[in-house]
Design a protein around this ligand. Structure first.
Ligand code: ADP
Ligand code: MG
Length: 339
């Protein structure tokens, strides 16, 4: 029968994953979940991500982050989820220093990366804007669930929202009985947990930053988060022929140019990985290496402008360069003396 043939052909066997596709946070996401007896937890996980997207989208005038960004210096009440995301993100920001600032949003807007037209702001304009970039000045009141931004300041959760959403989806799926899952939140944030029924490792592609459809390598892992930040995700070419992208160095107000085209970070939780991929991109290879030696707890793969690859010893064991990066020069960053 034709129908039966189609069912087999699409791979929807009893052992195959339950798949949910959704559009949230400006990207197509795909959840492949194993071990559920019905779709309830998968629906719940997808709904949670859509809800977070609605709360955290700084461009959407109905979102809580929009309300906060337009709070004119007053405390703005937010939902427990939004408070939790901001509190977690500020904790990461505190650890990551000046490379990572949620309050960089007005600078992103000046470059036309949040809305409006792309443009190159003047030095004076950037100098004035970075005066107001300082996550240390964001006020949190956990009793009232309010967040306060000094007037003129705005936050953007673009660097962490997908990571938070991935962790939340994984928690809901696990609680709902899922044994394993691959959560792809638009390829720049991926979270895998549990073992695939066929016993093989999770395979995650790292995009070729110089060719949107290409793959620069494959990660084979038993689980965890894989987060990538790359200049190729959003950029424009100025009248001066230079490329300007959406990852900003808060110290200069300019796109971070350190010789890195993309950074992929391997961590346990996706929110930390998301923040780290953005922060390491801004830090550049040297400061990133220092961060890694001092803190550990992560592995990373940097695809460099000169065609080479810089990665940690732990990443070397799971990452296989591919395509245009096959045979690339590899520098391995060792861990600190304390291992
Ligand atoms: P994407 O998944 O869009 O590639 P990234 O993890 O690379 O996301 O983060 C880029 C986003 O992070 C930007 O769109 C912006 O919202 C925000 N951002 C840019 N620069 C910084 C920074 N230095 N610190 C914190 N957030 C930043
Ligand atoms: Mg990030």
């Amino acid at each position: 029968m034709l129908l039966a043939a189609l069912v087999t052909a699409c791979g929807c066997t009893q052992n195959g994953p339950l798949v949910r596709e959704l559009f949230a946070m400006d990207t197509y996401m795909r959840f492949s979940v194993y071990g559920l007896t019905d779709g309830e937890a998968a629906d719940e996980a997808a709904d949670a991500v859509v809800r977070l997207s609605g709360l955290l989208d700084a461009v959407d005038s109905r979102s809580e982050v929009y309300a906060l960004d337009h709070g004119v210096g007053l405390p703005v009440p937010v939902s427990p989820e939004t408070f939790d995301v901001i509190e977690g993100a500020l904790g990461l920001s505190n650890r990551l220093g000046s490379a990572f600032e949620l309050t960089v949003r007005p600078v992103l807007t000046a470059w036309g990366f949040t809305e409006g037209e792309h443009r190159i702001p003047s030095d004076a304009e950037l100098a004035a804007l970075i005066e107001n970039v300082d996550d240390g000045r964001v006020g949190l009141d956990a009793e009232r669930n309010t967040v306060t931004l000094p007037e003129g300041m705005q936050i953007d959760l673009g660097a962490v929202a997908k990571g938070y959403a991935a962790d939340e989806a994984a928690r809901i799926l696990r609680e709902g009985g899922a044994k394993a899952a691959l959560l792809d939140l638009g390829s720049s944030t991926i979270l895998a947990f549990g073992s695939k029924p066929d016993g093989t490792k999770w395979k995650i592609a790292v995009k070729d930053p110089e060719n949107a459809d290409g793959v620069a390598g494959i990660i084979e892992t038993d689980g965890g988060a894989v987060s990538t930040s790359g200049g190729y995700e959003r950029y424009f070419t100025g009248p001066d022929g230079q490329v300007y992208w959406h990852i900003i160095d808060p110290r200069t107000g300019r796109p971070a140019k350190t010789g890195i085209l993309s950074v992929t970070v391997l961590t346990d939780d996706a929110m930390t990985g998301d923040a780290l991929s953005t922060a390491l991109f801004v830090m550049g290879p040297q400061a990133a290496e220092e961060y890694y030696r001092e803190n550990g707890g992560i592995d990373y793969i940097m695809l460099m402008e000169d065609g080479s690859i810089v990665m940690t010893a732990g990443a070397e064991g799971v990452f296989t360069p591919y395509g245009s990066r096959a045979g690339a020069k590899v520098s391995v960053v060792g861990s600190g003396a304390d291992g």
